[in-house]
Ligand binder design. Structure first.
Ligand SMILES: [Zn+2]
Length: 247
């Protein structure tokens, strides 16, 4: 019996280090997609890099939402860059966009005096209302661009920052869960055999812990796990559900 325990402990350690090695050795590089205009496609947006400002220019829109929320940052060639400019109405008006929500940072909205240009298509944002938070650089931007705008409701009280599960490792009836350390008073982990967390068991961990070994899991059963943080009397939202594979 002792030998067996030792064997599983060793196996556990091996799998742990193996997952770490694999995690480091295989970088995932997403292929860069281009839109029909030749710009880098990021979600529904065609983007390019503004060489001087070191930010991102939104060149075109390829989605079909009535209300488009412009992200504050974009990833371009592995770099996270702030949204700097919305270059033209390319794709917005044509695809039925009625509202554009600007991020709070200063976004330069290119201003045109004509609605349609032979070469560039729809340029001025006709029939589109912009949305900004009051008192932000975005408000100044849109006032400068002279397009119609409305205020977004004030954001409610600051939320408690949550965390995410980095890894789950399953050995026999044990599972080790590790998570990202964030500032909080404690962590609450829940796990269940159901993805909707029905009949979940809850475990609390102190603020200095970043891992937990769950014991007595049923053989040949998959489990699901989530984590949230508590600061004062408030909880963060639950993290995304992670799977604990079956054994
Ligand atoms: Zn495009």
């Amino acid at each position: 019996m002792k030998k067996r325990t030792k064997f599983y402990a060793l196996l556990f350690a091996m799998v742990l280090s193996l997952t770490q090695i694999i995690g480091v050795a295989v970088p995932v590089k997403a292929a860069e997609k281009k839109c029909s205009h030749g710009y880098t496609l990021s979600g529904d947006f065609g983007i390019s890099r503004h060489e001087i400002a070191g930010g991102v220019c939104i060149e075109c829109y390829h989605g079909h939402s009535k209300r488009v929320v412009i992200p504050r940052t974009f990833k371009l060639n592995g770099e996270t860059l702030e949204t700097w400019q919305i270059s033209s109405n390319c794709g917005f008006q044509e695809n039925g966009v009625k509202e554009i929500v600007l991020p709070d940072n200063s976004v330069y909205v290119e201003e045109y005096d004509k609605e349609f240009d032979e070469e560039f298509g729809y340029v001025a944002f006709k029939g589109i209302t912009f949305y900004v938070h009051k008192g932000t650089p975005a408000e100044k931007s849109i006032k400068r661009a002279k397009y119609p705008y409305k205020y977004l409701p004030e954001t409610s009280k600051p939320q408690v920052k949550g965390t995410t599960i980095k890894r789950t490792v399953r050995i026999q009836n044990l599972a080790k869960i590790t998570w990202k350390k964030v500032k909080c008073d404690k962590y609450e982990i829940r796990y269940s055999q159901k993805k909707n967390m029905k009949n979940a068991k809850k475990v609390n961990c102190g603020k200095n812990k970043t891992s937990l070994v769950i014991k007595k899991l049923k053989k040949n059963r998959k489990y699901y796990v989530q984590i949230r943080t508590k600061s004062g009397k408030k909880y963060s939202a639950w993290s995304k559900v992670k799977v604990i594979s079956k054994r």
